[in-house]
Design a binder for this molecule. Structure first.
Ligand code: FAD
Length: 510
């Protein structure tokens, strides 16, 4: 690898670049199984692994390749420290539920640790302290309040005005005995074990609907049907929502990751600040050296400044605080947040007890996705699970859910209308290579991208999900929808749902 201090062109994440994963065929015939799982991220693969150990016949479908969704692009801290959250949960749900949330996430962490140890998975699993720090006077009080919440919930912790990392810090709250890993090395084990246990995996097999009858059927884009006793919707954004209105009950946020080498030794630990912009830091081994991961710069998908600027902001932070010797990787991805910040895990709607969903992990899906898989497999195996009620998607908590519902949907409405009105008068002949614009062609709002060979790619910018207008993401060369987070390649293919159909291609008139 050549040394480079400038940003790599490619946005392949380290996790995917450092492992070979098996490939699987497309589903090209109807099937009948006990459980059909849609989505090959941490949630779907953990569920497949757990169910296959119970001798259930399982099929797992992924629209693209396994582990190329959010799980392939995460930062993979395994922790129950999820930012400033426990005081808020105590206020909104009471002490008992806030404690249950902590216990659920610790159980997930312990499960990962136990599987990694007992199966001898070489997945760079290390125990680490999770540190929530602030350098802002405005956040000192908030961190103190969070510490009081830890006290109330008996969460082991330490408060300090110093951290091991060489960063200016006013106060830090440490949760001991947390962990980190290489998520794909860990999940490759689940794939291999599941294959040995008879799970049928299919890639490039997009699920587009569920026919809900006594035995629900997953329908794929190519028209094949998987008939099951249970469907697990682990597609990140639910590809099917059974009229549970998930689009109106969650919002997507994009975040960015850079991976660099510095001339310092990483002191251990996993760090995240309490204030904005987020700066989340951990390291992972690469050929005997430390690769430092910096992530943050969250914003709603399809909204905000040019996406390259977010990478540059992380680069500047890393450079200023630690010095960059080599800029090795950059990547970005998005996660979903629910109205009340608790994930939705369980029956997709009250009426559909054989379609189960796990989503809305608020950037804490290593533990929430793992416990989600456990809750759903327990439901299928008719076992009690202590966290079932807590996460139930059909729960109703008026506050803060209603306020957030109004905010999210007002924002969607704003973007729906704003997008229709905005376009440039750019002449596309003036477009530079690797540049895009939104303009009118034949009177219609059109997204135009000029690739490296100077070919123009033109698409209708109306999202095929609920008809908002997509925006250009220069960092990843994608068209992103500001309303519900669907993402499309520059040629219009769906990269990420909820949209299932590509953007329509446009041509210049003759
Ligand atoms: C920048 C960033 C950093 C993060 N860091 C952390 C962290 O440090 N710790 C932590 O706990 N969490 C973290 N998270 C969150 C965590 O990565 C996610 O919550 C988690 O990976 C989600 O897993 P999943 O299995 O639900 O979804 P995914 O991994 O996205 O998997 C869903 C799969 O479903 C497939 N799919 C989608 N639609 C269809 C369809 N219609 N048909 C078939 N297949 C379909 C996709 O191709 C994909 O492979 C982070 C998130 C972000 C954005």
């Amino acid at each position: 690898m050549t040394m480079q201090s400038y940003m790599p062109e490619n946005s392949e994440p380290f996790w995917r670049d450092s492992i070979d994963l098996p490939a699987f065929p497309k589903l090209d015939e109807p099937m009948k199984v006990d459980v059909g799982i849609v989505g090959g991220g941490i949630t779907g693969l953990t569920a497949a692994y757990l169910l296959s150990k119970e001798n259930l016949n399982v099929a797992l479908l992924d629209a693209g390749e396994l582990l190329n969704g959010t799980t392939g692009h995460t930062t993979a801290k395994i922790t129950a420290q999820h930012g400033l959250i426990y005081d808020e949960f105590i206020q909104h749900f009471g002490q008992e539920r806030a404690k249950l949330y902590y216990e659920a996430n610790m159980e997930a962490k312990n499960f990962i640790e136990q599987v990694a140890n007992t199966s001898n998975i070489d997945c760079d699993f290390t125990k680490e302290n999770a540190v929530l720090y602030t350098n802002s006077d405005n956040y000192l009080k908030k961190l103190e309040t969070e510490q009081k919440a830890y006290d109330k919930l008996n969460i082991p912790h330490e408060m300090s005005d110093k951290i091991a990392l060489d960063l200016p810090v006013k106060s830090a709250l440490t949760m001991q005995n947390q962990a980190q890993f290489h998520p794909l090395k860990y999940l490759k084990h689940h794939v291999n074990e599941s294959v040995n246990n008879g799970v049928h995996f299919f890639e490039k097999s997009t699920a587009v609907d569920v026919e809900y009858t006594k035995h629900p059927r997953i329908i794929t884009r190519s028209g094949n049907r998987v008939t099951c006793r249970y469907v697990i919707v682990a597609s990140h954004f639910p590809f099917y929502d059974g009229q549970g209105f998930y689009s109106a009950r969650m919002y997507p946020e994009r975040s960015y990751v850079i991976a660099v080498k510095t001339n310092q030794k990483f002191p251990g630990g996993m760090y995240i600040n309490a204030e904005s912009p987020t700066r989340s830091i951990r390291s992972t081994p690469i050929n005997g050296e430390d690769l430092w991961l910096f992530s943050g710069e969250n914003h709603k998908t399809g909204q905000g400044k040019s996406t390259i600027k977010h990478y540059e902001a992380l680069q500047q932070f890393a450079e200023k605080q630690f010095g960059i010797e080599e800029f090795v990787y950059r990547w970005s991805t998005q996660d979903l947040t629910t109205l009340d910040k608790l994930p939705y895990i369980g029956q997709i709607t009250k009426a559909q007890d054989s379609v189960l969903v796990a989503t809305g992990f608020r950037k804490w899906g290593m533990t929430n996705g793992t416990i989600g898989a456990k809750i759903l497999t327990d439901a299928i195996l008719e076992k009690e699970n202590p966290y079932k009620e807590l996460y139930s998607p059909t729960r109703f908590q008026a506050d803060p859910a209603l306020r957030k519902f109004t905010q999210i949907n007002a924002d969607v409405a704003k973007h729906l209308i704003k997008g229709k009105l905005e376009y440039t008068k750019d002449n596309i002949n003036n477009l530079d290579v690797d540049e895009a614009t939104i303009t009118r062609i034949n009177g219609e709002r059109t997204g135009v991208y000029k690739d490296k060979d100077e070919n123009l790619h033109m698409v209708d910018t109306t999202c095929t999900h609920l008809r908002c207008e997509v925006e250009w993401n220069s960092g990843d060369r994608t068209w992103d929808c500001p309303c519900h987070g669907s993402r499309f390649s520059y040629t219009g293919e769906v990269i990420e749902g909820p949209a299932k159909r590509p953007l329509e291609k446009r041509k210049m008139s003759e």
